[in-house]
Design a protein around this ligand. Structure first.
Ligand SMILES: CC(C)(COP(=O)(O)OP(=O)(O)OC[C@H]1O[C@@H](n2cnc3c(N)ncnc32)[C@H](O)[C@@H]1OP(=O)(O)O)[C@@H](O)C(=O)NCCC(=O)NCCS
Length: 145
């Protein structure tokens, strides 16, 4: 097995296929294409060329940074690939800093995946200091609104 970590986006088809494989929401082609195009940093994992995992960072290019689409195909899980994606991504974000600078990394854990993220320094919310993270899905339901 030749596993490679490449700091480039997967193709649109690869992205859609990986999302399907891990039961992430089906995105329209337009939304998926722009998600790849506008990401700040993407790492794709390939096994002999085949896309088998990825991670994306969305960013203002400076202070606020959001990690999303952390996924490894089910047949490749539990081999340390997700951990390596997280390690590389946190290291990369640190590499964007000058000495003494601080930025924030956000993520929204899927239910039950919190333990996966804790070794990389992420803290669950709410806690004694911080309120809960909050989110919503929004959908345009008709042609005119
Ligand atoms: C979450 C995910 C990326 C982990 O990838 P992976 O390659 O299987 O993870 P690793 O093999 O690198 O595991 C790293 C560590 O996290 C732990 N871990 C992995 N999956 C876990 C889970 N679901 N819950 C808790 N701990 C988990 C492992 O035990 C391992 O710890 P260890 O090194 O002490 O043994 C993968 O399960 C996945 O793609 N899931 C479906 C998509 C998803 O839910 N993504 C997260 C969205 S927030």
């Amino acid at each position: 097995m030749a596993i490679e970590y490449i700091d480039e986006a997967p193709t649109l088809d690869e992205y859609m296929a990986m999302r399907r494989a891990v039961n992430f929401m089906v995105l329209s082609e337009r939304i998926a294409k722009n998600a790849l195009k506008n990401a700040f940093h993407i790492t794709t994992v390939r096994d002999n060329g085949k896309a088998i995992g990825m991670i994306r960072v969305l960013s203002d290019g400076s202070y606020a940074n959001f990690i999303t689409d952390v996924m490894v195909l089910p047949e490749y899980q539990h081999r340390g690939i997700g951990k390596e994606l997280m390690r590389r991504t946190v290291d990369y974000m640190k590499s964007t800093l000058e000495p003494g600078e601080t930025i924030i990394l956000y993520l929204m854990s899927a239910k039950g995946k919190e333990e996966f993220y804790k070794p990389f320094g992420f803290k669950e919310r709410p806690n004694d200091v911080w309120g809960a993270g909050m989110s919503q899905w929004i959908t345009r339901t008709d042609a005119n609104s």
